[in-house]
Design a protein around this ligand. Structure first.
Ligand code: C5P
Length: 238
């Protein structure tokens, strides 16, 4: 594992008030937070500035996908919010990904991590073949999009923990994998289909896990968060 390993909590709330209520239940813990479309559109960009000011790391999960110039300009705005990680759809192509990377880069040459969605985990083989007109298996498309992402100079991909080994075999172990679909062994899978425990994700080689409802809906979110850290990072916070 690298020093970039962490548990990212999916802050899937509609308002800043709902987020604050949740953060209050975490006590002394300040997790890496994933701000997705719901919270970003509901609370606005100032929330990201505020969270950064309070010392949180933020993954902005906005999955940009547009013409290169538009994505590059939008990324320059996200860079100035102070996000630590942002993402886009690899389907936008390598020129779009390169423009995104350029837009994110600060004058001193540093930038947030930039990762790509290869194929959404909601995409089935039928949908891939018949609607998107991409032949073959979903895995082949994931591996190919990961290669294009790496060639464009990005840092990694969002993928199912079950695809981590394939992505690492295709792109090397240094290429980051950020994996949602995490559940505790005895937990309810809810609408996720292919799930893994934090420990299995760690064994599969995931660099970051994204965990939402197993923490946000837990009776004791702080304990659930610490359990996740314990299982994924091997920390003993008992
Ligand atoms: O609550 P749960 O742990 O299922 O939340 C997972 C989070 O990861 C949600 O924010 C969801 O949108 C996101 N995600 C996912 N599968 C993907 C990409 C993102 O579950 N392929």
């Amino acid at each position: 594992m690298t020093d970039r390993n962490d548990v990212i909590v999916a802050a899937d709330f509609p308002t800043a008030d709902a987020l604050d209520h949740f953060l209050g239940r975490l006590g002394d813990q300040r997790p890496y937070l994933k701000v997705g479309m719901e919270l970003f559109y509901g609370a606005g960009p100032d929330l990201v500035r505020r969270l950064k000011g309070e010392g949180y790391s933020v993954f902005l999960d906005l999955k940009l996908h547009d013409i290169p110039n538009t994505v590059g300009s939008a990324m320059a705005v996200l860079r100035d919010l102070g996000a630590d990680m942002v993402n886009l759809h690899a389907a936008g192509g390598s020129v779009m990904m390169e423009a995104a990377k350029e837009g994110l880069t600060r004058p001193d040459g540093t930038r947030p991590l930039l990762i790509a969605v290869t194929q959404l985990t909601s995409t089935s083989k039928d949908m891939l073949n018949q609607e998107l007109l991409i032949p073959g298996e979903v895995d082949e498309a994931v591996a190919h999009y990961a290669k294009v992402t790496q060639a464009a100079g990005l840092d990694g991909v969002v993928c199912s923990a079950r695809e981590t080994a394939l992505v690492k075999a295709t792109c090397g172990t240094g290429f980051l994998t950020v994996t949602p679909g995490i559940r505790f062994a005895e937990g309810d899978v809810q609408d996720q289909v292919r799930v893994m425990t934090p420990q299995a994700a760690r064994e599969a080689g995931s660099d970051f896990i994204v965990v939402g409802r197993p923490i946000t809906s837990a009776r004791d979110p702080r304990a659930a968060y610490l359990r996740c850290r314990n299982e994924f990072l091997g920390e003993n916070n008992a």
